[in-house]
Design a protein around this ligand. Structure first.
Ligand code: NAD
Length: 490
């Protein structure tokens, strides 16, 4: 990838806040610097919003709301469809931008453009399918009308790990439902959202319908927006720790909330599984996004009879991975998002080894510039190791063995999270039993990646509230009104 292409692309990304259809500097002149995690070098300086800018963004969203809410559904849908087409036209730009600011390999970034773009098309199709009900009450004395209405101005907070998809997964259903929004991307990867705002502008988005604030003071800026009585909905994707704090703040205004939080996915392999498929699925479930996904397999729970062979095959694959900047050909392992993430992986792996785990591959940071951690495999991970209860968010496989199905279920459910679970078995009945027994919002049965715009994505337990995508996703941005009218026949 030529440096000139990267330079030109970065120059094309707006560096201001997008408020009321205008690009502007922060009121107090604040800025923040975005870095490339593969080199540690700065790539662009952009505006950093303060509390006043957050309020200005909510002013714009509130002002635009009545017109947008009453814009014909077909027009809203067509705008989303134009945005989808523009994302396809600029897919190489979006992919490269995500690789630069987030570090994922370019091939995966292209996959995210396809996945993230799809939310625009999916919700452009869903928009016209929101329906109500009309019917007589049981006594026959009246007529009941049930109708759906946009909830109002929304605040959307996204994480750094999927910079395009996490934004479109919220913006598209909100706009389809008739809501206006203020979007706050993560300070580590804000460029993709700014570039996407430009796409929306080019697609003909009316001023104020989408506002983007980038900031290095997420806490105070968000708190002021959430406390503002004009806000009606908060949608957050990020850690459970921050999500809990935001839920407390949202209680003040009794806001509608959607919370897509952390995960600790079990990946269960039974001895009747197709081991080749299970290994392929394991590599996808673990190493997609360099292990930095809420859906990443965190604990490999493998039946004793096949555990050694599974570990041997996974280790062989891992030892063949190429590590480097995501723009290099054939790279599987890019950098972690920052040095803090590297330290966390180091601590978790050290703790697991201290408690008796066996290191089969990798096992530490990689010297040189950038935040790299070697793809790692640990076997015989002991109960009580921190790595089994915390999100690893790095390229580390942890394998432990189990004897029978009851033990597999107990181990898989032994977590406060419940986002996704993976199960490999060739037995239909066993697969069905696992669907019924696992405490999880989503499940991959002989499949290592479950994300899809048409699926209701979301978790049980501490993994969150609400669903994004699918037929459910638009309802997160709608509220129900019931009206009783008289019997028109007297
Ligand atoms: P994070 O919670 O640190 O940050 C998420 C977002 O919240 C960022 O925009 C951040 O700037 C903002 N934020 C941080 N502190 C805040 C505060 N006090 N008030 C308001 N906003 C604040 O999470 P992260 O490190 O960006 O992302 C990784 C986490 O996200 C992981 O836990 C992962 O599992 C989770 N995640 C969940 C899903 C899902 O759909 N369930 C998807 C992707 C990531």
């Amino acid at each position: 990838m030529s440096q000139d292409v990267e330079k030109q692309l970065l120059a094309d990304v707006p560096d201001g806040l997008y408020i009321g259809g205008e690009w502007r500097a922060a009121a107090d002149g604040g800025t923040l610097e975005v870095r490339d995690p593969a080199t540690g070098g700065a790539v662009k300086r952009i505006a950093s919003a303060g509390v006043a800018d957050g309020t200005a963004a909510l002013d714009a969203a509130s002002e635009a709301f009545p017109d947008w809410a009453s814009t014909p559904v077909r027009e809203r849908a067509e705008l989303l469809r134009r945005a989808f087409d523009l994302v396809q036209e600029r897919k190489e730009d979006f992919a490269l931008l995500m690789t630069i600011e987030m570090g994922k390999p370019l091939a995966e970034a292209r996959g995210e453009v396809a996945y993230g773009g799809e939310f625009l098309r999916w919700f452009s199709e869903q928009a016209a399918h929101v329906q109500g009900r009309y019917g007589a009450n049981p006594e026959g004395t009246g007529r009941m009308i049930v109708s759906q209405h946009p909830v109002g101005p929304c605040y959307l907070i996204t994480p750094w790990n999927f910079p395009l998809a996490m934004a479109t997964r919220k913006i598209a259903p909100a706009l389809a439902a008739g809501c206006t929004v203020v979007v706050k991307p993560a300070a580590l990867t804000p460029l993709t959202t700014l570039y996407f705002a430009k796409v929306l502008q080019d697609a003909g988005l009316p001023d104020g319908v989408v506002n983007v604030i980038t900031t290095s003071s997420s806490g105070p800026v968000s708190e002021a927006i959430i406390a503002d009585p004009r806000l009606r909905k908060l949608s957050f994707t990020g850690s459970t720790q921050v999500g809990k704090k935001l839920l407390e703040q949202a209680a003040g205004g009794v806001l509608r909330t959607s919370m897509e939080l952390g995960g600790n996915a079990p990946f269960v392999v039974f001895d009747d599984a197709d081991l080749g498929k299970a290994v392929d699925g394991a590599i996808a479930a673990k190493f997609r996004n360099i292990g930095q996904a809420c859906t990443a397999a965190n604990r490999f729970i493998v039946q004793a009879g096949v555990a050694d062979e599974f570990a041997r095959r996974v280790t062989e694959r891992v030892k063949g991975f190429k590590t480097g900047r995501g723009t290099e050909e054939g790279v599987m392992i890019g950098p972690l998002i920052d040095d803090k993430a590297v330290s966390k992986a180091e601590e978790l792996v050290r703790d697991a080894i201290d408690r008796g785990a066996t290191l089969r591959a990798g096992g530490g940071p990689i010297d040189g510039p950038g935040s790299f951690y070697a793809a790692t495999v640990l076997t015989d991970v002991r109960p009580g190791s921190d790595i089994l209860s915390e999100e690893i968010f790095g390229p580390v496989v942890t394998i432990m063995a189990f004897e029978d199905e009851d033990e597999a279920v107990r181990l898989a459910n032994d977590t406060e999270y419940g986002l996704v679970s993976y199960v490999y078995t060739e037995s239909l009945a066993r697969g069905q039993r696992m669907i019924e027994k696992l405490q999880t919002g989503m499940m991959g049965l002989n499949v290592g990646v479950v994300s899809n715009a048409a699926a209701p994505f979301g978790g049980w337990k501490l993994s969150g509230l609400g669903r994004e995508g699918g037929a459910e996703g638009i309802h997160e941005y709608l509220q129900t009104k019931y009206t009783l009218t008289a019997n028109p026949f007297g």
